[in-house]
Design a protein around this ligand. Structure first.
Ligand code: GDG
Length: 483
């Protein structure tokens, strides 16, 4: 109980799927996955059941997962600590306490994260934070170099490590390097707000392949390279920088839909799911599942639920909204402010609409077991996924995969989630318009079975198709192919 949510989507995607997709047949090259955080085998066991089985079956010997151990020390490690577990080599380094805060809470999460989610008003830039970011990226590169073999493919993940490829090149590394950005990329007019914009685009241009969630993100990056580096991208997203060719590609991330559907089916009979069912009785469930993050549009979502109860009184006493908002990044000030805002809004809505035997909004800030979440999705008539900006948003895909195909719920999805590019049969909304979101929830709650099935069938086909292994194969395909 009351744990802070650390099992983020990125870590899980890599753990379950990137490693899994590493082809066994190709014995000449190893794939080295680099991400900020690498969970230890014991953490993995605690956070994801069945993981050991998945990895044992899927990872070929020799795959390496490199990154931060999760430990802060007096000094950043120069040499990686190696453990091998279930055929995966975990190579981790500790980060110096003095750098960590500036690197992680500072430049990564108080500058890059807000900027890349179009929130320039929340951006806090200072040079010591940026220098610590560069220092940590360099330390990652220095500790990785001794582990490298000439044919290794290096696949770096996400915004904490945008200058690592440049550091590797500076150390003489000539291996193929790929980078995938899990969050959105911003158009140059916004990017230039960041004093380090040029170094970030140049840092990414040290890669051979740079991957994005959507065509819009990819275009924004290419526009930035054109403006800031004077690059001339061709129609396929290729350009030259420093006498090397860079290929910008779109490889949207997905989930293991089959596995998640199974999890949801099994979860139906668990104690957690039963408790939720009993507490709801006949009432409909509107469900939100997010990290507690300002990109997820939670205050706006609460407002929309308030509008629903105000505008459509027929739903009063007949519906419950459950928002799971697992705390994350509490060391960053803007996250604490958000939490206070949500506490207040939840109180306002419940104060306004509650009855002595009905409380409309349930809101919790601790993480819930993954299996329980899967069962909750399946019980929910509405999956409410309304980020103000999101790279992809896996919750939307999980919600679709978890539904009972015979009697599915309705996905209400923000047009500003990367997932909206694919999941067009959802009820697509502008999360800034509380009335529009309320209308969509109402529509979903009153939608007939036939339309729900039709929409869900189309969505499920897409979630199954654009899955985790397709994502990995697509990215690694580009990374292996020098043309
Ligand atoms: C980043 C990008 C991109 C949530 N609460 C709990 C919990 N979750 C799980 C969900 C889902 C994951 O966390 C959230 O994934 P999202 O994709 O929605 O969001 P981010 O964490 O912001 O992920 C995002 C993603 O990377 C992958 O590329 O899609 O755009 O921002 O899996 O189920 N899991 C558990 N307890 C919770 O309380 N166990």
């Amino acid at each position: 109980m009351n744990q802070i949510f650390t099992d983020d989507a990125l870590t899980r995607s890599i753990r379950h799927n990137v490693l899994k997709a590493t082809p066994r047949s190709d014995v000449s090259t190893r794939t080295i996955i680099v991400s900020n955080r690498v969970p230890t085998p014991s953490e993995k066991a605690a956070t994801a059941g069945g993981l050991a089985v998945a990895l044992a079956d899927a990872v070929r010997p020799g795959t390496i997962w490199f990154g931060w151990s999760g430990k802060r020390a007096d000094e950043t490690s120069k040499v990686a600590n190696i453990t091998v577990h279930d055929d995966v080599t975990y190579a981790t380094i500790d980060i110096a306490e003095q750098d960590y805060y500036k690197f992680y809470a500072g430049f990564s999460n108080a500058a890059l994260w807000p900027l890349f989610h179009f929130r320039t008003g929340l951006l806090r830039f200072n040079r010591p934070d940026y220098e610590a970011y560069r220092t940590v990226n360099r330390a990652f590169a220095e500790a990785l170099v001794p582990l490298l073999k000439p044919d290794d493919l290096i696949w770096i993940h996400d915004y904490q490590l945008m200058t690592m490829a440049a550091e590797l090149r500076a150390l003489g590394v000539t291996n193929r390097i790929g980078f995938f950005l899990h969050i959105p990329f911003v158009p140059p007019a916004l990017l230039q707000v960041l004093p380090a914009a040029n170094e970030i685009v140049a840092g990414l241009s040290a890669c051979d392949v740079v991957g994005f969630q959507t065509a819009g993100d990819c275009k924004a990056f290419l526009d930035s390279a054109e403006l800031l580096l004077n690059a001339h991208p061709d129609a396929e997203g290729r350009y030259y920088h420093d006498n090397r060719m860079i290929h910008a590609v779109v490889t949207p991330i997905g989930i293991d839909a089959q596995k998640f559907s199974q999890l949801a089916r099994r979860a139906e009979v668990t104690a957690d799911a039963r408790r939720l069912r009993e507490s709801l009785g006949e009432r409909a469930l509107v469900l939100g599942v997010d990290r507690l993050d300002y990109s997820k549009g939670l205050p706006q979502r609460f407002d929309a639920f308030g509008r629903l109860l105000y505008t459509y009184p027929q739903h009063r006493r007949r519906v419950n909204f459950l928002q799971i908002a697992a705390r994350s990044r509490q060391e960053v000030g803007s996250y604490q402010t958000l939490r206070r805002e949500l506490d207040r809004k939840a109180g306002d809505i419940n104060g306004e609409f509650s009855d002595f035997d009905w409380v409309p909004l349930r809101y919790m800030t601790h993480a819930v077991r993954r299996s329980a979440i899967a069962g909750f999705y399946r019980r929910a008539q509405i999956g409410l996924v309304t980020p103000l900006r999101d790279g992809m948003n896996l919750v939307a895909k999980e919600y679709v995969a978890a539904q009972d195909e015979q009697d599915p719920g309705v996905l209400v999805l923000s047009r500003f989630a990367g997932a909206a590019d694919e999941l067009t049969e959802a009820l697509i909304v502008n999360p800034f318009d509380a009335d529009e979101v309320a209308e969509a929830i109402h529509l979903g709650l009153t939608m007939g079975l036939e339309e729900r099935r039709e929409r869900h069938e189309a969505l499920l086909a897409k979630v199954r198709y654009s899955n985790a292994s397709r994502y990995c194969e697509a990215f690694l395909g580009y990374l292996k192919d020098p043309n």
